[in-house]
Design a protein around this ligand. Structure first.
Ligand SMILES: *Cc1c(COP(=O)(O)O)cnc(C)c1O
Length: 698
């Protein structure tokens, strides 16, 4: 179906399918689901593929369904209005500066039908763009079209994780190839090390925003470059550095080629930090500036967000590899090889040090931030040596705590419920406490009934998975969810430390408890995979069968089901390794209660016993087995003494009044702060606007 042959209902649907706006509009989602619920399910809620495979018969039926057609037109009208409306940014920003912010990220987690993400970083970037769109921020995204995405997880007979890669077909995705004014495909010529490489770009529409996705899978390229954009976070160091040159250097060249007025860059994690070197080189050439002056100007217009204190997340490269790929930049920058390498070293004079993308990004960004208050404190300590003359409290790394896009993560039924009980403009004013304070007016029984309904929906979803079966889970049991990447520091198996004690908690006949797990371990992470196996084996053991569940192949879709249906969300990393974590913010929107180590965002939100609970202490984990055991004991104690008793304490109508008080507190205290509207407004006010303003004066 072509996009604009008519303005009939099918053309409207096609139009809707080409902009991810539909994915956070429940009425648009349900229109697509209605077309064919079975296919919709099977193709991972991909409307482009759905419409492409629609039978002539079904097409005819739909076109004759006047009610359906009316709703399609109405939704399409709302979509057009959304695109046209005066935005929050237009209304609330005095003297809007010229220019755009270019937001660079290795992964974007926007929807399960576009699997070019791995985990938290991508989801955060996706939520950032959805809020930027809702509010109308001057932003454009730069990423990579991963043809095979991250891997798809399976579980074999022995309980081990297996890896599969599906190939994406651009024709089935809401993307269009970027073309030159004359209509032919844009071909970006790049030099990567000694090699000449061609890249193209795809345009992805996310509401009002555009994300440009680079792609080197072109016949003109040698095989190793055709494969460069196949798989996210896989491959050897050489592949990785080439991917990062593509994102940083190629991404900047693309913006230039398209003549987009990008004057500020936001590097979301260090992967794209080569962008800053490319920009310095360009400034030196175009304006005849010295390296010192040009690098100061680039720094003044660069925002850098660091996302993890875990060493593996702060990428380093062998200096030889860096020189093999960036030597021509050293020449353009007028730097010796050593001076170039020094930019990526914590101690520039330490020639034994590898080249780090984080020090490089920090040195060439005037504005830098961590993603929670605790993570910022940790980051300042970690990177203080980059500014040897500065005291710890003057290390220039600020804090902007992550948030989640409420419309994406909130169950539509919950959203209708909020429409009923909160001020009608609660969505637009989601970052105000006064809006959410109204939650206290909701009758306990009504909220409980709604929660039970969403929990049943989750249980049905689990039972429909072949690996769990129809006898899985008990609607009356206290249900705990745990879903995240299986990185060892997240300790997915902590709750299995003392099997007998856990058995008594889970298999208590009067007060049963059950656990739902999901998460992938990186294909090269043997320890993480061992954790997957350990948990899968527990799900198959006689005593935990039907009570401990592992959902294969964690995706945004699985996350959405889990966060709207669980009673408790468990998070037990080794403090302070979790930079922020956002998964716990999603159940909280539904009144799910966090049970978490005081790490990441949780110290900022936790009111123990009132809106959730903390486990462990407010001290850092020592790394010892004894410290793990201590955290596990704290977890059991909290479950046994506080959580389980509160959950099963019911009034005469069977409603857990004390629990509901906590549910309401969780919504009222967490929703107004840990949403991505608040987050992007902070990026705008503290970083984007000051940088754009000072650039527009130059
Ligand atoms: C929210 C979310 C994450 C982030 O999880 P954290 O471990 O809390 O950072 C990762 N993956 C998916 C699919 C998510 O929805």
């Amino acid at each position: 179906m072509s996009k604009s042959t008519t303005d009939g209902p099918m053309a409207c649907l096609s139009d809707l399918s080409q902009n991810l706006w539909w994915s956070w509009d429940p009425r648009a989602v349900s229109l697509f689901a209605e077309i064919d619920a079975r296919i919709w399910q099977r193709i991972e809620h991909n409307p482009v593929a759905l419409l492409a495979n629609l039978s002539a018969k079904r097409n005819k039926q739909l076109a004759a369904d006047t009610d359906f057609c009316r709703r399609v037109r109405a939704t399409h009208r709302r979509f057009k209005q959304y695109l046209r409306a005066r935005t929050w940014y237009q209304q609330h920003t005095k003297s809007k500066p010229r220019g755009l912010v270019g937001y660079f990220c290795m992964e974007f987690g926007l929807h399960e039908s576009l699997p070019i993400y791995s985990g938290g970083l991508g989801i955060l970037a996706g939520d950032h763009f959805k809020s930027a769109s809702d509010l109308g921020l001057p932003l454009v995204g730069i990423g990579i079209l991963w043809r095979q995405g991250y891997f798809r997880q399976g579980i074999d007979k022995a309980g081990n994780q297996t890896h599969r890669y599906d190939r994406l077909n651009p024709a089935d995705l809401p993307i269009s190839e970027v073309t030159k004014p004359n209509g032919t495909a844009l071909e970006l010529k790049l030099q990567i090390g000694q090699d000449k490489v061609v890249a193209r770009a795809w345009r992805l529409a996310v509401g009002r925003m555009t994300i440009l996705l680079l792609d080197t899978d072109l016949p003109a390229n040698p095989p190793q470059y055709r494969k460069l954009t196949n798989r996210l976070y896989s491959g050897d160091r050489q592949t990785r550095i080439r991917q990062e040159v593509l994102l940083g250097v190629g991404g900047w060249k693309l913006l230039r080629e398209l003549k987009l007025p990008v004057s500020v860059c936001h590097l979301n994690e260090g992967h794209a930090a080569f962008c800053s070197l490319e920009r310095v080189a360009e400034l030196m050439k175009d304006r005849d500036l010295s390296f010192t002056v040009a690098s100061k100007r680039v720094a003044a217009s660069t925002v850098f967000t660091t996302h993890t204190p875990v060493p593996a997340g702060n990428e380093t490269f062998d200096p030889k590899l860096v020189l093999a790929h960036m030597k021509s930049h050293a020449r353009q920058l007028g730097l010796t090889n050593d001076a170039l390498l020094a930019l990526g070293r914590i101690d520039p004079s330490d020639t034994g040090e590898d080249f780090g993308m984080t020090p490089l990004a920090l040195r060439l960004a005037k504005k830098a931030n961590g993603v929670s208050e605790l993570h910022t404190e940790v980051s300042r300590k970690m990177w203080q040596a980059v500014w040897p003359k500065r005291a710890l409290d003057r290390v220039p790394i600020g804090a902007i705590t992550n948030g989640v896009h409420i419309r994406t993560w909130l169950h539509p039924t919950m959203s209708d419920f909020f429409d009923e009980w909160l001020p009608s403009d609660w969505d637009a004013k989601q970052d105000r406490e006064s809006v959410w304070a109204k939650v206290k007016n909701i009758p306990a029984k009504a909220l409980w009934e709604l929660h039970c309904k969403l929990k049943l929906e989750l249980i049905d979803f689990v039972r429909a998975q072949p690996s769990s079966g129809s006898r899985a889970l008990d609607p009356n049991a206290l249900t705990i969810g745990f879903a995240r990447r299986f990185a060892p520091y997240k300790r997915a198996a902590l709750i299995f430390s003392d099997i007998e004690r856990l058995n008594r908690i889970i298999n208590n006949t009067r007060r049963p408890v059950q656990l739902i797990f999901a998460g992938k371990a990186h294909p090269a992470d043997a320890d993480g995979q061992e954790l997957v196996t350990q948990i899968v084996r527990q799900t198959r053991s006689r005593r935990f069968k039907t009570r401990v569940i592992f959902l294969e192949d964690y995706t945004i879709d699985i996350a959405r089901h889990m966060v709207s249906g669980v009673d408790v969300w468990l998070n037990n990393p080794r403090r302070p390794h979790e930079a922020s974590g956002t998964s716990g913010m999603k159940p909280a929107l539904h009144g799910g209660l966090n049970l978490s180590i005081l790490d990441g965002w949780w110290p900022e939100a936790c009111k123990h016993g009132k809106n959730g609970w903390f486990i462990g202490t407010n001290k850092d984990h020592s790394g010892s087995a004894a410290a793990d055991a201590r955290d596990a004991r704290s977890l059991y104690r909290c479950l046994e003494r506080e959580i389980v008793p509160l959950y099963f304490e019911r009034n005469r109508q069977g409603v857990p009044i004390g629990w509901l008080r906590c549910m309401k507190n969780a919504i009222a205290t967490i929703a107004p702060t840990f949403n991505s509207h608040r987050m992007v407004k902070q990026y705008l006010g503290r970083y984007y606007l000051p940088c754009l303003r000072s650039e527009s004066k130059k």
